[in-house]
Design a protein around this ligand. Structure first.
Ligand SMILES: [Cu+2]
Length: 145
């Protein structure tokens, strides 16, 4: 009985691990390094649900503060040698900076570039009708003159 319970637990655990691994394979991890008071690379593009991790490779403190409101925890919160991760679930372009060092800025673009706006068919049809009407009107005038 005990061995059977253990076997069931093990099977469940293996299944859960496989599911977890499948989920992790879909979302990627991207690294940004903080070095010489700069983000490298400063501009990255990820897909929704990807996780970005910032590594402070400098010997002094920084922070990662997004315009959208989330951050590594305030000014100089990313201590030397530490890292901070954030998972991006919504598409868009997110600008961020280190509030300690002026000019230390970066962007995370989530998802593909915005598609071109759809062509609005509202203009072509009235223009075509107006052209046909003008031609018809001209033809009528010519035949009556
Ligand atoms: Cu900094």
């Amino acid at each position: 009985m005990r061995a059977r319970t253990a076997a069931c637990l093990l099977t469940g655990l293996l299944a859960a691990t496989a599911l977890l691994a499948a989920g992790q394979a879909a979302a990627a991890s991207v690294e940004v390094h903080l070095h010489n008071a700069a983000f490298s690379p400063a501009a990255i593009t990820v897909q929704p649900n990807d996780t970005v991790t910032w590594f402070n490779d400098d010997s002094f403190d920084h922070d990662v503060t997004f315009d959208a409101g989330f951050s590594s925890g305030g000014a100089a919160s990313l201590k030397a040698g530490q890292n901070w991760s954030h998972q991006f679930t919504t598409a868009g372009t997110f600008g961020y900076k280190c509030t300690v060092h002026t000019g230390m800025v970066g962007t995370v673009t989530v998802g593909a570039a915005a598609p071109a706006p759809p062509k609005t068919p509202g203009f072509e049809l009235p223009a075509a009708l107006a052209a046909v009407a003008a031609v018809a009107l001209l033809a009528r005038r010519r035949s009556s003159a």
